[in-house]
Ligand binder design. Sequence first.
Ligand SMILES: NC(=O)c1ccc[n+]([C@@H]2O[C@H](COP(=O)([O-])OP(=O)(O)OC[C@H]3O[C@@H](n4cnc5c(N)ncnc54)[C@H](O)[C@@H]3O)[C@@H](O)[C@H]2O)c1
Length: 250
Amino acid sequence: MSGEIVLVTGAASGIGRATAIAFAAAGAKAVVLADVDETGGNEAARQVARAGAQAEFVRTDVSKPAEVDRLVQRTVQLFGRLDVAVNNAGIEGRSARLVDQTEADWDSVLDVNAKGVFLCMRAELPQMVSQGSGAVVNMASIAGVVGFTWAAPYVASKHAIIGLTKTAALEVSKKGVRVNAVAPGIVKTAMIDRVTKGDARAEAGMVELEPVGRLGTPDEIANAVVWLASDRSRFVTGETLVVDGGYVAR
Ligand SMILES: NC(=O)c1ccc[n+]([C@@H]2O[C@H](COP(=O)([O-])OP(=O)(O)OC[C@H]3O[C@@H](n4cnc5c(N)ncnc54)[C@H](O)[C@@H]3O)[C@@H](O)[C@H]2O)c1
């Protein structure tokens, strides 16, 4: 990734933070970290700097078009270009059966997860197309590949990300820009701790769902993101790479 300018949303925590650090360790020149969490975002930026890249935290709510547009403008203003964009920010929403989900539940999850990815790509792709190069990696989920009970808005949002990824990839395929997605299995982050409410039995239940017999780590997802953003995957576009310990192989 030597010399590349990388943007990661949802970079304050979990998979996004690990991804920002992984790009720095892989030789990126600069990583712009976006999140609504300023404390976590600044802490992650310090870790990125320690890993060897310039780091800039820009507080951004990915569901707000003006904030997303400003984020990309700021990146280009500071570093002159945008080589890699990882659209990772996401929320899990409230755990309830489909018939018990409210319109507000639906809107909040779709606003961040699906509209957020749409707004980010709408801002990022013109810059990459104008450069004639770039790679976008969107954070989907195995919930974008198979259904999950008690998570209808989340599942819908992650299926939407896979469709957006394919469509965007086709629209820029002749412009030197690739668009892919990663679909993680169950990865031990703050998101999963919120779902299990820290209950060891609930976490053990999740481990049982994973054929490899453990949860994934944020680093294992970050490695896949870095590969999809690198020249090593230059013939891969429109793809969703499932990184799930075998979850969807069942
Ligand atoms: N952990 C898993 O098991 C798992 C599995 C599949 C996919 N994912 C996806 O990976 C991504 C990262 O999740 P994670 O597990 O690291 O969770 P996390 O909660 O640790 O991190 C998510 C980050 O996104 C940020 N965020 C939330 N809303 C935002 C907004 N409107 N604008 C900007 N930032 C916002 C949060 O502040 C947080 O820092 C999400 O898209 C999630 O759906 C996670």
